[in-house]
Design a protein around this ligand. Structure first.
Ligand code: TGC
Ligand code: FAD
Length: 392
């Protein structure tokens, strides 16, 4: 099989270092050789390929920008390229790694005590532990500040009551980072590390998804669940703490979706060159088809340049949450539109899982919604440029 070549229309690869290109190549090979062969079956069976999890640890894919604690300590652009390759396989594979790195390891690293870091980060990096992140609730999605989950300070710890919904990796996780308002501390939002098996903590898998089928999505239930004080994240309080984690995850998503878009574009291009229609001429020889392919190249190329600049800003410590909102919104939209157009170009074959396009298209509907919907990111940027918040 020929090695995969991603779109490099404006030579955006020349903006990457040798080391970054090497990281990309190693993850690209891993996805081609180990991940892609499992996807068709996993998608049909609505299951996550658990057999890959140890390899994520061995490859340094988890928490890879964290320094120390057994993590790879990579730069942010290298990390972005990793997520791009993973999502070229499937958004569910990238989701697993995003959640573990940005939503579980990051809060422990940024808001945890040194003891918590030492206890959890090396095992999470090696994939000996799996984590999930519980912020969203049945009645609080776009507005996490409206959460109903409550913690009450009790002797020696906190008692948690409430429900979380739409939680990636929820029922396969060994630990959950759970956000709750602490009633007897002025309703302040706090994060807790809740271990699987803690009395009063249960999970249930959500079934019947038409999107992200290669990913476990669950509900988390807390009923008088008492966690020791040592499980509270001491250095992060208020909504700002979970939102800070979202900024990390959204960064990875803005890169990752380019991989899904790239896979759809290349599938459509190859198909259009082969598929003969009307006068035995390839589909690619028709102006309407070329216009669709050109639009894909145009949008993916702009998205690549945006992602690289976002990464360089992050490496210089200049990246702001509203920059990430712009990139997440833009790149998810271009990926979704690319996937929809590619599906159209494949005609009837566009709905068959023999081609990756319909799977990517359905996945990207979720990716455009989670980590802040397109509307929410538009409002974040709107607030930043006008100074007027319009969420409420
Ligand atoms: P607001 O008053 O604007 O902000 C409260 C405090 O937080 C600060 N802040 C941020 N800090 C870091 N990063 C960000 N992105 C931040 N956004 C806001 C803000 O400066 C303020 O700080 P301070 O010091 O003044 O207290 O809060 P709000 O209640 O008005 O909400 C704003 C809004 C709507 C943008 C926010 O709630 C939001 O982002 N909503 C979207 C929710 C969301 O994205 N949920 C994602 C759940 S996790 C998930 O989907 C995982 S998907 C799995 C996978 O990746 O695979
Ligand atoms: P709602 O907030 O009800 O939004 C419905 C519609 O209203 C949307 O179109 C939205 O854009 C629009 N809307 C909302 N507010 C406004 C406004 N102010 N103005 C105009 N329009 C508005 N969450 C976690 O905590 N952890 C996870 O691991 C996780 N994984 C997920 C995995 C999947 C597969 C999915 C689908 C979701 C996941 N989520 C997770 C939840 C995700 O973050 C939420 O679904 C998302 O934030 C949207 O919330 P909601 O579904 O409640 O939609």
């Amino acid at each position: 099989m020929a090695a995969y070549e991603s779109l490099n229309y404006m030579n955006s690869d020349s903006l990457l270092t040798e080391d970054e290109l090497m990281v990309r190549q190693s993850v690209r090979d891993f996805v081609t050789e180990k991940v892609e062969p499992l996807l068709l079956e996993c998608h049909r069976e609505e299951r996550f390929p658990m057999e890959l999890i140890p390899q994520f640890g061995e490859m340094g894919l988890l928490g890879s920008t964290i320094q120390g604690y057994g993590c790879a300590g990579l730069g942010h652009v290298a990390y972005g390229l990793m997520t791009q390759e993973l999502e070229r396989g499937d958004s569910g594979i990238r989701s697993f790694c995003s959640v573990q790195g940005s939503l579980v390891m990051y809060p422990i690293y940024a808001y945890g005590s040194e003891e918590q870091r030492q206890k959890y980060l090396p095992k999470l990096a090696k994939a000996e532990l799996i984590g999930c992140f519980g912020l969203t609730e049945p009645d609080a999605g776009s507005n996490p500040g409206g959460m109903l989950t409550r913690a009450v300070k009790v002797p020696g710890g906190y008692k948690i009551n409430g429900n979380k919904m739409w939680i990636t990796n929820g029922s396969i996780a060994d630990i959950a980072i759970v956000w709750a308002r602490v009633e007897n501390e002025n309703g302040k939002i706090r994060g807790f590390i809740v271990e699987k098996g803690t009395p009063g903590f249960t999970t249930s898998k959500m079934e019947g998804k038409f999107s992200l089928r290669v990913s476990v999505t669950s509900e988390l239930h807390f009923q008088d669940c008492v966690v020791p004080e040592s499980q509270m994240l001491p250095n992060g309080e208020g909504l700002k703490a979970p939102l800070g984690c979202l900024t990390q995850a959204r960064y990875g998503i803005a890169w990752g979706v380019l991989g899904a878009a790239d896979a759809c574009y290349h599938t459509a291009l190859n198909y259009a060159k082969e598929r003969k229609i009307f006068d035995d001429k390839p589909l690619a020889g028709y102006q309407l088809a070329q216009a669709k392919l050109v639009k894909m190249v145009q949008e993916i190329t702009k998205g690549q340049l945006l992602a690289i600049q976002m990464g360089r800003l992050k490496e210089r410590g200049e990246l702001q949450p509203h920059h990430v909102s712009l990139a997440k919104m833009n790149n998810c939209k271009l990926a979704l539109e690319t996937a929809r157009e590619a599906r159209d170009m494949l005609g009837g074959n566009g709905i068959i899982d023999e081609y990756p396009v319909i799977r990517h298209m359905l996945n990207l509907e979720s990716v455009n919604t989670y980590e802040g919907t397109e509307d929410i990111h538009r409002l974040v940027v709107g607030q930043q440029i006008t100074g007027i918040p319009t969420f409420r």
